[in-house]
Design a protein around this ligand. Structure first.
Ligand code: ADP
Ligand code: MG
Length: 695
């Protein structure tokens, strides 16, 4: 075993550690608990907790924490030490099964969207044994779900686990029909994480970056990403040092960091891990985002995870690669080599097509945030309209099935599901379209709308549940069929006919596509409030209730949290803008235009001196100063008006229509002023200073 193999997952209490450390029967109980969802009784939990504690202490840990993911989108932790008084003036190190399995926590300062009544502030955390405990900074972390005392989900993990259960249950029914009664399906996910790295010193001079994570002002740099010279470019040594340390830290935590490269925009990079079970992958992604920020600081840099830190430059996404496999490792979205495998593949493919078409709005909602609004629909990110790309070959196959016509080389024969072998679908031919929000990439789907800072649980909750619903309906129909092959053919054909409007192989950035999408009846929800207005639509509530992923109450609470979050983010951004304009930008522009005017007066005393520049610029900048001044006042008024609106959706709409539009207008004026002002007089580092700050 080489050194890296030894260090990999060395900070994780995973199956191999459990096997070494637990008595055989306890280990087997743990396996049943992890794989079959069986409850551990307290005695067994005590043995596991004790072994975990001994292992953690050997690794230098002094504390443990239940680690959870509240609706803030980031993780939460509260450390407790293992110490307990020995009774003889000393201490013992203790950790009980009860402490492992369940924790009580004051839920009152986490967003609950009205779920928590004032008299019941308690929440509890419950161990998720399917995601391994790990050690970070001398603390034993136990991944947990976070619920209110009444059992309502207050976090991202609980609904994610419920959605995995839902889709796994329905997929098992379908697999049984294909003769695989004994396999356990499980969803998989690999998130490609984009981010920016900038120098800490530059960051500290930008109030907007410090407070909001993005630049609220800044005119376009003379050089951006036009030359495409950053993408896959040579990684500079400072960034390389960061990546090396990050990889080491991730590997110790058992995170399969695999691919790293420079992205399209200057200062932009990407990290992709090897995919794994969805909920582990979601936990790992949270840890990855956290460690990226910590490690960057150690290298004198700041890692920006905002979806759109810079206007006019590519934003950052988090591509969500999704598939479903069996516990024996067979990927159900891998086209097979036998007719039977192909039929099964086509059925799962149809299930995803139907799911994406019927729940377009939910997919859009799952990625909606104030930050992602600046990215989606911009010309380098997927549009806000959801569509699916399958590639030419698969599209032709589906067309042949739809119309009962021969496909390709298959002569006069009709394509009958389960009868003919599909051609192998080369992975390469399916992944050429980078503009599609939901693309089939050979053996998985890549959902490209999620923004870089999003909890990846959110889109996966929707994909899992929507696919569960398709599979439920499919299983209902096929379980009763007399002629399975015929029923399968009819079902797939009907599904394609009904849902083909969602399939689009063209250019998603093309303006004409939006018109075409409207003609097809696809939903277009350009902003977060537009999208959230549909979260509680009856069909959506029914979907989540039916599969027991969210109750109606839980959905309403999320609706409130998401709307209020949208308002808060925009409120903070508007306040920051006003502060910067009033205290930095207006004084600087005014002083510079005054300087120009003064030199015009002085110079004009000399006969024959024209002062064209000083006069014209002085005039222009004075006019802009007044415009900026008027807009900053308008912004304050717009905010005051919006803040008085009671209903949360209407308030979010008022922010969108009134506040955000005024912010855009204000930014536009300030950026024009920046382009005309003496660099030495401008109070903020420029886009060039920021984007090329890591040397
Ligand atoms: P591409 O370059 O076409 O996007 P990659 O093979 O680089 O494809 O994969 C991108 C991401 O997709 C990686 O995180 C990878 O682990 C993940 N991935 C690959 N196969 C699957 C799968 N079956 N389920 C989920 N994610 C997957
Ligand atoms: Mg990819």
């Amino acid at each position: 075993m080489n050194d890296l193999e030894r260090r990999f997952a060395s900070r994780v209490f995973n199956l191999s550690t459990m096997k070494q450390r637990l008595p055989k029967d306890t280990y087997e109980e743990m396996l049943r608990c992890i794989h079959d969802g069986q409850r551990l009784d307290l005695q067994v939990a005590n043995i596991v907790a004790n072994a975990m504690k001994d292992w953690a202490i050997e690794q230098g840990a002094t504390h443990f924490t239940h680690w959870f993911q509240p609706m803030t989108g980031i993780t939460a932790e509260k450390h407790d030490s293992f110490i307990s008084p020995s009774g003889a003036g000393g201490i013992l190190m203790e950790f009980s099964g009860r402490e492992l399995v369940r924790g009580e926590s004051d839920a009152s300062s986490f967003p609950s969207g009205g779920l928590r009544s004032t008299f019941e502030a308690r929440g509890y955390t419950a161990w998720d044994p399917t995601s391994y405990a790990f050690i970070k900074d001398e603390v034993l972390y136990i991944p947990t779900a976070f619920c209110s005392y009444g059992g309502e989900a207050l976090d991202m993990k609980t609904p994610l686990l419920r959605s995995m259960e839902a889709v796994n249950r329905q997929a098992a029914r379908v697999l049984k029909l294909f003769g695989h009664g004994d396999v356990r399906p499980i969803t998989t996910m690999g998130p490609e994480q984009e981010y920016f790295l900038i120098d800490e010193a530059v960051m500290n001079q930008r109030e907007d970056l410090l407070l909001t994570g993005r630049t609220l002002f800044g005119c376009r740099p003379p050089k951006g990403q036009e030359l495409d010279d950053h993408y896959y470019g040579v990684i500079n040594s400072r960034v390389q040092g960061f990546m090396k340390e990050l990889n080491e830290a991730l590997w110790e935590l058992g995170i399969l960091a695999k691919t790293e490269h420079n992205e399209v925009a200057p200062a932009q990079h990407e990290l992709a891990p090897i995919f794994t079970t969805t909920n582990i992958s979601a936990d790992h992604n949270q840890l990855t985002m956290e460690l990226m920020q910590k490690v960057a600081r150690r290298h004198g840099m700041v890692c920006l995870l905002h979806e759109k830190p810079f206007a006019g430059v590519n934003g950052s996404g988090k591509h969500n690669n999704w598939s479903i496999a069996t516990d024996t490792g067979v990927n159900l979205l891998d086209p097979g080599t036998t007719p039977f495998e192909n039929a099964q593949f086509l059925l799962f493919l149809s299930a995803v097509i139907k799911a994406v078409d019927e729940y377009q709005d939910l997919l859009r909602i799952s990625v909606a945030s104030a930050g992602n609004d600046h990215r989606l629909g911009a010309n380098e990110a997927p549009p806000a309209v959801v569509s699916m790309f399958l590639g030419d070959e698969l599209t032709e196959i589906l067309e042949a099935i739809e119309t009962d016509t021969p496909y390709g080389g298959r002569d006069e024969e009709q394509i009958k599901i389960g009868v003919h072998v599909l051609p192998r679908i080369p992975k390469d031919s399916t992944d050429r379209n980078r503009t599609s929000p939901f693309a089939f990439t050979g053996n998985k789907f890549e959902f490209r709308m999620p923004g870089s800072s999003l909890s990846i649980a959110k889109p996966n909750i929707v994909i899992n549940t929507a696919v569960a619903e398709s599979l439920r309906q499919f299983a209902d129909e096929l379980e009763g069929a007399e002629d399975f092959t015929q029923a399968l053919h009819d079902l797939i054909q009907r599904t394609i006919r009904r849902h083909k409007r969602i399939l689009f192989n063209g250019n998603g950035y093309d303006a004409g596509w939006l018109d075409e999408a409207r003609r097809r009846g696809l939903s277009n929800l350009p902003t977060t409030p537009d999208a959230l207005a549909h979260l509680l639509d009856e069909k959506n509530v029914q979907l989540f209730e039916r599969h027991r992923v969210f109750s109606a109450t839980e959905m309403r609470s999320r609706y409130e949290i998401l709307l209020s979050n949208y308002v808060k983010v925009n409120h903070i951004e508007a306040q920051t803008m006003m502060d910067m304009v009033n205290r930095d930008i207006l004084p600087a522009v005014s002083a510079f235009s005054a300087k120009l005017c003064r030199s015009a007066i002085r110079k004009s005393r000399v006969a024959g001196v024209a002062c064209g520049y000083e006069k014209a610029r002085g005039r222009e900048l004075s006019r802009l100063t007044d415009e900026i001044y008027a807009l900053v006042n308008n912004l304050g008024e717009a905010m005051s008006r919006a803040d008085t609106v009671d209903d949360s959706l209407e308030r979010a709409m008022a922010y969108k229509n009134d506040v955000v539009t005024t912010m855009d207008a204000l930014r536009d004026c300030v950026d024009r002023a920046e382009a005309m002002t003496d660099k030495a007089a401008w109070p903020l580092p420029s886009y060039t200073d920021i984007l090329f700050s890591v040397k």
